[in-house]
Write a protein that binds this ligand. Structure first.
Ligand SMILES: NC(=O)C1=CN([C@@H]2O[C@H](COP(=O)(O)OP(=O)(O)OC[C@H]3O[C@@H](n4cnc5c(N)ncnc54)[C@H](O)[C@@H]3O)[C@@H](O)[C@H]2O)C=CC1
Ligand SMILES: NCC(=O)COP(=O)(O)O
Length: 309
């Protein structure tokens, strides 16, 4: 909401949300009371975003929401909002979607098999494999696995998963980000990238064979690199993206470098989806102190990606 109130974009922005919830939050936060919410008219000619004005496509909550109060009764409405956004992108009404964070646990508590937007959007779009990429300035970090318990990671790193992930990452960096031959650094799973098999065999048995096969197809891949030094400035100098093998191998570095201005992009979808770099920040809910920098960046990147290069 902060970003919407103050910024201009060369695109029409439409909020998919419960209209009353948006209105009550805008009224409660200093500086937002003047924002005008009006119903989105799908038949009107799209006009660039005007700061202070926000068209709303009403997606009703089941129960009134209060800041910071988790309510499983609204989980279905959250998913219905996501469905409406995906379907509207797929049918061409919208060119891109930008998601706010959701409390994944409360959706799961309500009985839905929900691990994250990334997996949910893949299923909704009928795509078997997608890739989570976070972008902070010039640093791009993609993940081979996303929302998995750490103990499940090694078994999930199969040749098929790694090959598919690198194919999507390389392809979308070319197609969506305009990099003619992306240079991708792939991290090892184990300390010292397995130390020649003495500290784990995933590098020898899975990662190296996949990298060799894909290099033969023309991909520019380095690795598997010891993860502890792969993010040093010298190592990153000749790299367009780093593929980390699990969530907390790559994202702490990315968030250290750019939390508050980074963007999460889902690659491999038939639609453009970006998102903020942060979660629901329940400690800040309702205070008006949550920083909107990542939302601004997510909208800006979605606008850029929605334009074919
Ligand atoms: N895309 C999504 O839907 C995401 C959802 N989540 C969900 O969010 C929930 C909370 O996750 P946490 O790990 O606690 O991460 P979090 O990002 O919500 O909070 C971590 C720390 O960052 C701060 N923070 C977060 N957003 C901020 C902002 N906009 N401005 C200033 N400070 C901010 C918080 O106050 C907190 O100290 C979980 O249920 C998680 O699954 C987490 C990441 C992404
Ligand atoms: N930490 C990033 C994250 O959890 C994003 O998840 P998603 O909901 O966008 O899949």
């Amino acid at each position: 909401m902060l970003a919407i109130a103050r910024e201009s974009w060369p695109a029409q922005l439409v909020a998919l949300a419960d209209r009353e919830m948006l209105a009550s939050r805008a009224a409660a936060i200093p500086g937002l009371a003047a924002v005008t919410l009006h119903d989105f008219d799908p038949d009107a000619t799209p006009a660039p975003h005007t700061p202070g004005h926000l068209p709303v496509l009403h997606t009703p909550l089941a129960r009134p929401a209060a800041p910071g109060r988790l309510d499983p009764a609204n989980a279905a409405a959250v998913l219905a909002t996501l469905d409406a956004a995906v379907d509207s992108c797929r049918d061409g009404r919208f060119d891109a979607m930008v998601t706010a964070p959701v409390q994944k646990s409360v959706i799961a508590d309500a009985g839905f098999a929900f691990r994250g937007h990334t997996e949910y959007l893949a299923a909704r779009c009928g795509v078997e494999r997608v890739v989570m990429l976070l972008v902070a300035g010039g640093l791009r970090v993609a993940l081979a696995t996303t929302h998995l318990p750490l103990a499940a990671v090694p078994a999930a790193i199969t040749r098929e998963l790694l090959g598919d992930t690198l194919g999507i990452l390389d392809g979308d960096l070319r197609r969506r980000f305009g990099l003619p031959r992306p240079r991708i650094a792939v991290l090892g799973l184990n300390p010292h990238a397995g130390e020649g098999g003495h500290l784990g065999r995933e590098e020898l048995d899975v990662i190296i064979p996949v990298l060799e096969a894909l290099r033969a197809e023309g991909l520019d891949l380095t690795g598997p690199l010891p993860a502890d030094t792969a993010f040093t400035p010298r190592a990153l100098a000749d790299v367009d993206a780093v593929l980390a093998l699990y969530h907390d191998q790559g994202l702490p570095v990315l968030k250290h470098a750019g939390f508050g201005e980074a963007v999460n992009v889902t690659l491999g979808l038939p639609i453009v989806r970006t998102s903020v770099d942060h979660g629901t920040a329940l400690d800040l809910a309702g205070t008006g102190r949550a920083d909107a920098g990542s939302l601004r960046a997510a909208v800006t990147l979605a606008v850029a990606l929605a334009r074919p290069l």
